[in-house]
Design a protein around this ligand. Structure first.
Ligand code: TPP
Ligand code: SF4
Length: 288
């Protein structure tokens, strides 16, 4: 009698020899990876032309678990690595997958300049509101009054509104979901893969071990209930109005979807203009 083997459809995207993963029970990062693999299937992107780049952190582990051309880089430097990949081989689809600390604190400078230049990379930020891997210190996105290792009396620093930062700096596509919004998130990831330019997706995601526990917000399941009750879908909302607070509503949706010439197009246009030529094909510009 033949045995029925049920395969998890995302297994083919994972380096199963590295499983079990390091993520805690209730952590939202794995859910986002599930959404990403579904987006890869639905968008029919050519996996041989896809590279994924992560920095360091709990989220930074994603590149190591995905069976793609993966780059697990240094803390805060995923975007420059990704920019280099894209410029060296413009035919690649390059995705950056990292945490809020990696992308918006130590790597904040790279983030705004890649958006300003409209580098054609897709940036997925799992925002768990703290530096999780190193013990739950306050990050650049920790909401006001949240308790963290480095803010035992409540965080008093103003935090970044990442969708607004991305839009102001020049991003072509900006969306925010939570790890509760699995379908919307997968769709948004697929959409971003089809867009040209700097695309940014923020995912509000629980860190039960370090953020939820210290702030008496319960476990991973409680976080899902909180996201369900407190999220308001506002596609097209002004990013100026989507600040995150400790216990207020979370505004989610697609906020920006616009066309701007990307970095390579702008560079080619400028060089062609100077040389009096009509077009310099991408990939032929190797040194200037
Ligand atoms: C140059 C450098 N500075 C600091 C660290 C220590 N470090 C490792 S991960 C991390 C923060 C990770 O936070 P985040 O990017 O938000 O990811 P998370 O763990 O929350 O997913 C820090 C500060 C490092 N590895 N390298
Ligand atoms: S420490 Fe937090 S972010 Fe890191 S794996 Fe555990 S729950 Fe997830």
């Amino acid at each position: 009698m033949s045995e029925l083997v049920v395969l998890n459809p995302i297994e083919e995207f994972l380096r199963m020899d590295r499983i079990p993963h390091i993520w805690c029970p209730g952590c939202g990062i794995g859910t986002t990876v599930n959404c990403f693999t579904r987006a890869l299937v639905d968008s029919k992107v050519n996996l041989d032309k896809l590279a994924i780049v992560s920095g360091i952190g709990c989220t930074g582990r994603v590149a190591g678990y995905l069976r793609l051309d993966s780059f697990h880089t240094t803390h805060g430097r995923a975007i420059p690595f990704a920019t280099g990949l894209k410029l060296a081989n413009p035919s690649l689809d390059v995705v950056v997958y990292s945490g809020d600390g990696d992308l918006a604190a130590i790597g904040g400078n790279h983030f705004i300049h890649a958006a300003r230049r409209n580098v054609d990379i897709k940036v997925i930020c799992v925002n768990n509101l703290v530096y999780s891997m190193t013990g739950g210190q306050a990050s650049a996105t920790t909401p006001s009054s949240a308790i963290t290792t480095t803010s035992p009396y409540g965080c008093y620093e103003p935090s970044f509104n990442l969708p607004n930062l991305a839009e102001s700096a020049g991003a072509a596509y900006v969306a925010r979901w939570t790890s509760f919004h699995v379908r919307q998130l997968a769709r948004s990831m697929g959409e971003a893969l089809s867009r040209r330019g700097f695309c940014f997706i923020e995912i509000i995601s629980p860190c039960p071990t370090l953020y939820q526990r210290r702030n008496k917000m319960g476990d991973g399941l409680d976080a899902m209930k909180f996201y369900k009750e407190h999220s308001k879908v506002r596609n097209g909302a002004s990013t100026r109005e989507v600040d995150m607070t400790m216990d207020g509503d979370i505004i989610v949706g697609k906020f920006v979807d616009r066309e701007r010439p990307d970095y390579l197009e702008t560079m080619q246009g400028q060089i062609s203009h100077k040389l009096g030529e009509r077009f310099v094909p991408a990939g032929e510009i190797t040194c200037i």
